[in-house]
Design a protein around this ligand. Structure first.
Ligand SMILES: [Zn+2]
Length: 134
């Protein structure tokens, strides 16, 4: 599959991408309030703590919400046919924007179990976190 512009990796988000390349999902955890922090940030949005540690978490998820992009959301994605844009909720409660693969839009339901798909084939040098129905 061809693709448009690759992801932009910032230094603060690099551990996220490095974990995906290993086939893992890592999320920041705040040592002050024990809250999970996503997306990657230099401080905790709950308590302002700056002592954040990356922790590997179970990547299994449930479908929080979704939609079908009937029209391309960007010229970069014009080659995709009805992609399912979704938000996957990890067991720790963190909600991750993603796309579903191997999913018939007519069969997608909120709350359905999702299995991670570590997509290393769309952008050279990047692994994307996608999901498919479990
Ligand atoms: Zn905190």
């Amino acid at each position: 599959m061809s693709a448009g512009a690759p992801p932009v990796v910032t230094e603060i988000a690099r551990p996220w991408w490095d974990a995906l390349a290993r086939g893992e999902v890592a999320v920041q955890s705040c040592s002050s309030c024990a809250g999970w922090v996503f997306y990657p940030r230099p401080f905790c949005p709950s308590c302002g703590g700056r002592d954040l540690a990356w922790r590997t978490v179970d990547p299994a998820a449930t479908l929080y919400t979704w939609t079908v992009a009937e029209a391309p959301v960007s010229p970069h994605f014009a080659h995709l046919h009805r992609p399912v844009l979704a938000v996957a909720e990890l067991g720790i409660g963190v909600r991750v924007p993603t796309t579903l693969v191997h999913a018939d839009p007519d069969d997608v339901r909120i709350g359905m179990a999702l299995t991670p798909v570590f997509d290393a084939g769309t952008y050279p040098g990047f692994t994307l976190l996608r999901y498919r129905p479990a």
